[in-house]
Design a binder for this molecule. Structure first.
Ligand code: MN
Length: 512
């Protein structure tokens, strides 16, 4: 049997630190459920101490999601370890992941700790975590810029104190593949008790090397890779899960390694995460980008038609890209709809399914053919946000525009259950609608971005609108889909305003 590389997914922790990517508890649970189907070994569900929302997400994922180990991040501080344990206790497979910086740059300028103090703190906190759980992971933050002899000393001491995984982060994305591989080899050669722990790596993509660095570490003996779906994360992001997994699978001939990931779930997982976070996948992204399997050149197409392996190193089906173009329409029944949803990675409860099916029927009445993208938009629009408390709700709107008239809109909304109406005048109908909504809600938010795209071809296509708002440093993204782009725009704006309320609420709770 090939040696196994553990896949540690941190989409819900580091991935959520992408600007504007915050998810609520229900959304995190849904992603976690999909990560379990994907077959990851560990889910880092959040940072329990950081906010009540994160605490609740860690607690519910740890208790409700079956299969993977569920982990909470904790700084090397007693209150953090305590919060992680409170969220995890009683769960079937808990892990506490604690960390402290070890580089002189971080210790000297940021934390004002001596090396001795940091080492002592690391050991103490690993011991404390070990008092609660068997499965303890420790990270020396900024490891790739830490003096080697000291790094070895810290790793040996935390393993002695009970750490079962030691994670080597390239926190700032500074390492080069060969250098990072040698770092891992150095740890194996110089830390006497290293065989008692799994070596993990956590690479950032600031120079575009997160996957290459992780792979080099694996070649040199690392057996856990921390990564995220679509490579999202702090700044330029983390190592991309789907790339790591497919490299190990496709080049098994050379690497002789394996993961537990069900690769057919990669594409549905990617879609789900981009749908929920609003962070689109670039078309040329390896494995899950729209063009990843699209062959344009005539010579390539000719070769493919004669024999697939001429230009295809892995099949689209192996990453879960559905080749079937089964199109749903108004005669499609619940069963076909449900089956399609499942193929797209959405396992819905009965209520959710009813809601989505109703919306699907309404859409199918307006639009002859309903494509996968339409179904995804329905689920994201209708189902994924039902759990979020909505302060604002659209009741109705009408807008007029043309070549000879001043664009106007009348919007009726419910604010905390009270119905309010306003008229707006603007440069165009969307502008007029936004002005009306902003005067009803009195929002102080700033619009950072507005974009609209047609979900599928044809003028009867649904328009999908995304709106990015900022207020007091909170950045949120709202989305809305409708066959009328003015309505889609209003929905996206209101969705963003609701998310902003949710964020502000969470921050208030955190301050208490
Ligand atoms: Mn990170």
């Amino acid at each position: 049997m090939a040696d196994k590389v553990r896949i540690f997914d941190t989409t819900l922790r580091d991935g959520e630190q992408s600007p504007g990517a915050s998810m609520n508890v229900e959304e995190k649970l849904r992603v976690a459920g999909q990560l379990a189907r994907l077959g990851v070994d560990v889910i880092e569900a959040g940072f329990a101490f950081s906010s009540p929302g994160d605490f609740e997400a860690v607690r519910r994922i740890a208790h409700e999601i079956e299969g993977p180990v569920v982990c909470s991040l904790a700084r090397a501080k007693p209150e953090d370890i305590e919060a992680a344990w409170n969220a995890l206790k009683g769960a079937p497979r808990p892990r506490i992941h604690t960390f402290i910086s070890t580089s002189d740059i971080h210790l000297g300028y940021q934390f004002r700790l001596t090396r001795e103090e940091a080492l002592e703190r690391a050991v103490e906190m690993v011991r404390m975590a070990k008092g609660y759980v068997d499965d303890v992971e420790f990270s020396p933050m900024d490891a790739s810029r830490t003096e080697l002899a000291y790094l070895y000393e810290v790793i040996e001491a935390v393993i002695e104190a009970g750490a079962t995984t030691v994670n080597i982060p390239d926190t700032v994305g500074y390492a080069l593949p060969q250098q990072f591989g040698e770092l891992i080899k150095g740890i194996r050669d110089n830390v006497p008790n290293i065989d008692r722990a799994v070596i993990s790596v956590h690479c950032h993509n600031d120079l575009g090397l997160a996957v290459a660095n992780s792979l080099s570490a694996v070649i040199n003996g690392a057996r856990q890779v921390e990564c995220t779906v679509n490579g999202i994360g702090e700044r330029a992001g983390n190592a991309s899960l789907e790339e790591i997994v497919m490299i190990i699978k496709t080049r098994k001939d050379l690497l002789g390694l394996d993961t537990s990931v069900v690769t057919e779930q990669l594409y549905p997982t990617s879609r789900l995460v981009s749908g929920i976070t609003g962070i689109m996948v670039q078309p040329n992204k390896a494995i899950v980008g729209d063009n990843a399997f699209a062959h344009e050149s005539g010579i390539h197409q000719d070769g493919l038609l004669k024999e697939k392996t001429t230009y295809e190193i892995m099949s689209p089906e192996s990453v879960g890209l559905q080749q079937s173009t089964l199109v749903l329409g108004k005669h499609s029944g619940r069963h076909a709809f449900k089956t399609r949803l499942k193929e797209l990675g959405y396992e819905l409860g009965d209520d959710e399914l009813n809601k989505a099916f109703e919306r699907f029927k309404r859409l199918a009445d307006k639009k002859k053919e309903v494509f996968d993208e339409d179904i995804e938009a329905i689920v994201q629009d209708e189902v994924l946000r039902i759990e979020m408390p909505d302060k604002y709700r659209l009741v109705k709107l009408s807008a007029s525009s043309g070549t000879e008239v001043q664009p106007r809109a009348v919007v009726e909304m419910e604010v905390d259950g009270k119905v309010l109406e306003e008229e707006g005048v603007g440069d165009g109908p969307v502008d007029a609608v936004f002005k009306a909504i902003s005067s009803i809600t009195g929002t102080k938010s700033r619009l950072l971005r507005y974009s609209v795209s047609a979900i599928t071809g044809g003028t009867d296509a649904q328009g999908e609108v995304s709106v990015r708002l900022e207020e007091d440093g909170h950045v949120v993204l709202g989305r809305g889909a409708h066959t009328d782009i003015i309505v889609a725009s209003a929905k996206a704006y209101i969705n963003a305003l609701n998310r902003l309320e949710y964020k502000k609420q969470e921050t208030r709770e955190r301050l208490v």
